[in-house]
Design a binder for this molecule. Sequence first.
Ligand SMILES: [Zn+2]
Length: 367
Amino acid sequence: MPGSAYRYVLELFDQDGRRLGQHPVDPDWEPAREWLRFSTLCQALSGSASSQGPVDIQPVWSTAAGAPYVGSFRAVMTLDSHDPRPAICEIPTAYLRSLAQDAATGLVERGLLKEGDTFRYLVSAYPAATKVESHSTCRFNTEEVSPPSCTRVTPLATLQARATPFGEIGEDPFPLFVPEAVLAEGKARVQRAGPVETGGLLVGHLHQDAASGGPFLEVTAQIPAAHTEADKHRLRFTPATWQSAQAALELRRRGEQIVGWWHSHPAQAWCSTDCAPEKRAACPLSRPFFSKDDLLVHRVVFTKAFCVALLLTHLPSGTIQFTAFGWRQGMVQSRGFSVLDPSGSLAPAPLPSPTLGGNEHATPCTS
Ligand SMILES: [Zn+2]
């Protein structure tokens, strides 16, 4: 049904299965569309697809409950008239998790749910009225997408030969390489910043493997973010941050593009010094997490499906832990990466699983 649109409703339940209410939602589908465009582009690079077209989002009905309940979503791209096969990718209902969390926060405020309570949600979809349908057509991005101009054809094996895997690698949509020098520079800046958040931009190249045609991302440098507004719980990039980063990138004259960002969580400054050492070690703020604010920055600024984010968590023990995040199926997820040219001085510690959109930066550690 090209041009069709649906409206979506979340139904929330408590852990005993009691229905808490219905919440109409208006999902932001652009990351899902961008993900399909990127996946299709990767296939095009490897020679199995040819073009890009408008992307429609459709509900896939739940096999257990049937319509109007949604089991997943499907992003569908109509390719040109010479190729009748549409490009498709599946998007899980977890795509709406942050909207469900917002709805749950509303229920907490109304006293229907307690903070920390487990809740479940179901997604249902209804064909939108004609009025909404006409509105939806202007939300479809029909722009022709050409391959990123900076894509370079490089043998993946040449980078693999210089790299050591870091974190869990396997589920990632494409390989990511970060030089140890970039991690070391970030680490030094985090140590200097002490209790204040710090960060910067990641620059590099999107490559296409000469053998398989698949994409991979090489970070080549970090540009410290200048002119930021930073404190213990927040790092804000200002217009001057972007201007100076762009100027620094041009001065480098290496044909790099901005491929992501990095920032720190000074967890050692968030935790009360009154906490017992074992309690500080187990503090949820010491876990790597991508906050709601972090997700917003990534969604607004780093919209390209290949953009990544590095998080440096400064633990109460003084250790700095590295975690990478990136787009997968239109959602920001934690991901693995490989350290380029490792000297062995940044041996990876076992990582606790990162959380997304959960803890706010400003949540204090209770002693
Ligand atoms: Zn953050």
